[in-house]
Structures are given as C-alpha cells and as structure tokens.
Design a protein around this ligand. Structure first.
Ligand SMILES: [Zn+2]
Length: 337
C-alpha cells in the first residue's frame, strides 16, 4: 500500500488491504507522503462487556464508550508496562468517569451519573458539562507520574483531546470517536451489542516549523488586535480534510475492516499499517487487593462497614462482589454496630 521505492529492498511488502475486520484491537499506521502517523481502534466484545456489566442508560454508555475509545487511542502508545488513566470530573449529569488502561492490553472503566438529570438523546457534550479531564501516566512505584489536565468547557471529548494536544504537546492532532448500538433480530428476540471505533492522527514532520497550528479560539483576542493568521502546512491541511470525511458509521461498521477504512481514506497517498495490538476488558481487582484496602482503613470505618454480620465490597469497575466476615475484614469483636 505504500508508494514503491524500488531501490530500497527493506521496504515492507505491498499488499491489498485485508477485508477481515479485527475487533478489540488498535491498528497503528503511517502516511509517509503527508508525515502523518496514527492509530485506528475498533472495539466490539470488550466494550460491550464493560458497558453491559454496568447496565448503563444508553446516553451514559455512549459517553463512557467515547472515553474508552479515547483512552485506547492514547494509552496504546505506551511502550512500557505502565498505566494510562483518563478521568473526568464535571458538573453535568455524568459527573465522573474513569477509564484505566493497563499496558499492554487491559481495559476497565466506570461512570457516575445522576439518572434524574438524563434526557433521552442528550449529546455527549451536554452530559459532560463543565469541569476538567485528567490524563495520568503511571509507570510504576519507582517512576514519576505524569499528569496532564485540560479544562472541559461545554465541548465533547474530541474537543478536549484537540485542546490538550494543541496546548500541552504542541503536536497537530485530530481525533475521531464513535460509539453505536447494534441490534440484531433472530430466534424471536433482539440482541443488543455496543460497538465503537476511533481514529487518532498526528502530523509529525521532520522540520518542526512545519507543525505550526492555527489557534482554536481566535475569537478571544481583544477588539482591534490584528489577527495573527497562521498558515498551516499543506500536508496537514490535506490530512485534516481527509479525516473530516470519516463518518461515525464507518468507524463502527462491523463489516468494514480497519485496513479497508484506512485504505479508503489514504490510498492516494499510500498508507502503511503495522501489526495490530489486541485489547481485552479485564479488571485487576482481587480478593487479596480488596482485603488489603480494607486493612488500610481506620478501625472505626471498617466497623461501620459491617452489615448483617458481614462486610461486602463491590468493585466499581467490574461489579465483582467480595464478601468478608467481620474477622476477615479486621473488625474487632464487639466493634461492629
Ligand atoms: Zn474489578
């Protein structure tokens, strides 16, 4: 699929795009002619597993799905055995979300929301409201944590990602996120499945001065200020116009392979794909981890957790229920109310 260069023998083989869709995977790609690098993700069973376990109302499932897609696109670039955590804290009906990606392939997530404030068909931006989005990279106990923060002022998660890359990383970046529900009939009952897809594309030219970007909010300048027009690089302008043509349905279509979608977008320029990275929905909670968390609580708080003669802890990520006797939970005899 890449432009051929006959004198370089190490060039990866040119082949037709595979028509086999691969779900729960991230497909890295590059478009050399435009200095673009990116990742395409398709999520099927892993996303359905996370959202169905929680039985979220559809608008909440959709928004958390978008956060999961964004996390997948960003976290899958981690090369070490680390963790990428995306969190939102906002004043909208969905007040809190957390998505935890543990390299190389584990995903888990949950959301908190106020059901009385949900309206059918509400847009993701309205569900989020205002607040902030935090991205944390944790490389283990001996390494420093990195945290990036971006304000959410009424936009959606795509807007937040664009703002983050413009202000913090200064890498021209475009992100597309799409989440959908798939209904299938048969045997007299309809089955429902969540699906999602996303695309991240970055402009990484060798000459850094080519990466200049137009500001997102030219309207903020005081009146009378001369507008500082930034002319974006032609390659980046072309890349942005190509990604703007991607429709949500193409990102989530279960019958359209990721390779075919990339080929559809970039075939005129030549696109090279790399090995897909598989993902899975898997929580890292365990009885031992919950027990040691209980031990870290104050004795008084532990005692207050005893109900009907037992301590029950439910994992917020995966809804697993862990039951302990007061003794196992470290509650002293007679302390429980
Ligand atoms: Zn769990």
């Amino acid at each position: 699929m890449t432009a051929s260069s006959p004198d370089i023998k190490t060039e990866s083989p040119i082949r037709a795009p595979s028509s086999v869709p691969v779900d729960d995977a991230v497909l890295p790609f590059e478009v050399d002619a435009l200095d673009l690098r990116g990742r395409l993700t398709r999520l099927g069973p892993a996303l359905d597993d996370i959202l169905t376990k929680h039985d979220y109302p559809a608008p909440v499932g959709r928004l958390l799905g978008e956060a999961i897609v964004l996390t997948t696109l960003l976290g899958s670039s981690l090369k070490f055995d680390g963790r990428f955590i995306l969190q939102t804290q906002t004043d909208g009906p969905v007040s809190f979300m957390v998505v935890d990606f543990q390299a190389p392939d584990r995903l888990r997530a949950y959301a908190r929301f106020d059901a009385s404030r949900l309206t059918p068909g509400a847009e993701s931006a309205a569900l989020l409201g205002k607040g902030h989005l935090a991205m944390t990279i944790d490389q283990g106990p001996d390494m420093s944590r990195y945290q990036g923060l971006v304000a959410l002022h009424g936009g959606n998660l795509e807007d937040a990602a664009h703002e983050y890359f413009l202000r913090s990383e200064q890498i021209p970046t475009r992100v597309r996120l799409a989440v959908g529900e798939e209904w299938r009939g048969g045997d007299g009952k309809a089955t429902h499945r969540w699906r999602a897809g996303g695309l991240l594309m970055q402009f990484l030219p060798k000459a850094p001065e080519r990466a200049r970007q137009a500001d997102l909010h030219p309207g903020d300048a005081p009146e009378g200020t001369a507008v500082h027009a930034v002319k974006e690089d032609d390659a980046w302008v072309e890349g942005q116009s190509l990604i703007a043509t991607v429709e949500d349905v193409e990102l989530i279509d279960p019958d359209l392979s990721g390779e075919r979608l990339l080929y559809r977008l970039f075939h005129e320029r030549g696109v090279r794909v790399f090995s897909p990275q598989k993902l899975q929905a898997k929580c890292s909670c365990s009885r031992d981890a919950v027990a040691s968390m209980l031990k870290s609580f104050e004795a008084k708080d532990r005692a207050e957790m005893v109900q009907d003669g037992k301590v029950v802890v439910t994992c917020e990520f995966c809804s697993s229920v862990y039951q302990f006797t007061p003794h196992e939970a470290g509650v002293e005899e007679g302390a429980a109310s």
